[in-house]
Design a protein around this ligand. Structure first.
Ligand code: NAP
Length: 269
């Protein structure tokens, strides 16, 4: 299927690792040019060099997106390099465990890390996206729907992203800009692997999560998230906007009887 993404300019936040890196790779495989913003430099520069050798553009911009000027710099850089932006992928975020007990300062900081830059990136890229009649894809989290406990800031941020997806889809429909959110639940990334490795029995810890996932009792791959993101960015989804799409193997919505721990109980009686 031709996704018609050749030579499109895609601005990705947090594209050096995990889900973001899979998104970057998928856009480049589709022939797009990428600008990738992260705090740390090592992986971003390595990606840039890897693709430069192949004559492909995956330009790295260093910046902490919780600082508004980093958002503005990233957009300016993309426009300076390519003169246009066709797709904005708001992906960077961290489940930082800011609790009710941590207080308003920590809560505000969590919103800066997880929500405010989604707004800022779109604010600064807006004129360019109007010109290109582009697409915005946000990466959310199941926490916005299910809660998790012990993570008020992140839950509020991800809930805010769902709200803004609808709000921005309405705002931007007159400009033919589409806005959608892809929502992971349990996606296997190097960071997730590190987390599991901290458990006394990392294999058991991994299995305990896997058994909660109805479809095939396995983690979603970052590639599966990226596939959906690229499709939503493409002209193949030209009449899809304001949607919150769960790529989660049924984790968030399907009946608990689908999970292996309870499937032995006969619930039909
Ligand atoms: P990850 O592996 O930690 O990658 C996050 C990326 O974002 C990194 O490249 C990080 O690079 C960058 N980043 C984070 N904060 C940043 C900031 N303030 N400024 C600039 N760059 C920043 O995380 P992930 O698991 O792929 O998560 C990606 C998205 O998916 C997040 O929005 C997350 O909430 C969502 N999500 C993931 C899962 C999951 O199971 N993995 C589940 C639900 C939702 P630097 O550290 O170098 O800045």
């Amino acid at each position: 299927m031709d996704l018609d993404l050749t030579d499109k300019v895609v601005l990705v936040t947090g594209g050096s690792k995990g889900i973001g890196a899979a998104i970057v790779r998928e856009f480049i495989a589709e022939g797009a040019n990428v600008v990738n913003v992260n705090r740390s430099t090592e992986q971003g520069e390595a990606l840039q060099a890897e693709y430069a050798k192949q004559g492909k553009q995956c330009l790295f911009v260093q910046g902490d997106l919780s600082q508004t000027d980093a958002c503005q710099r990233a957009v300016k850089f993309a426009l300076k390099q390519f003169g246009r932006i066709d797709v904005l992928v708001n992906n960077a975020g961290v489940n930082d465990g800011v609790t009710l007990e941590d207080g308003p300062v920590a809560f505000n900081e969590s919103l800066q890390r997880n929500l405010v830059h989604y707004y800022s990136m779109l604010h600064f890229a807006l004129d360019a996206l109007k010109t290109s009649q582009g697409a915005v894809i946000n990466i959310g989290s199941k926490v916005a729907t299910t809660g998790q406990g012990g993570t008020s800031g992140y839950a509020a941020a991800k809930g805010g992203i769902n709200g803004l997806t609808r709000e921005w889809a309405v705002d931007l429909a007159p400009y033919s800009i589409r806005v959608n959110t892809v929502l992971p639940a349990e996606t296997w990334t190097p960071l997730y692997a590190e987390l599991m490795d901290q458990a006394e029995d990392s294999t058991a810890a991994k299995q305990s999560v896997e058994q909660l996932i109805p479809l095939q009792q396995r983690f979603t791959t970052a590639q599966e998230i990226a596939n959906t993101v690229v499709f939503l960015a493409s002209s193949r989804s030209s009449h899809t906007t304001g949607q919150i799409i769960y790529v989660d193997g049924g984790y968030t919505h399907l009946d608990r009887k689908c999970t292996s721990s309870s499937s032995s109980i006969d619930l039909t009686r």
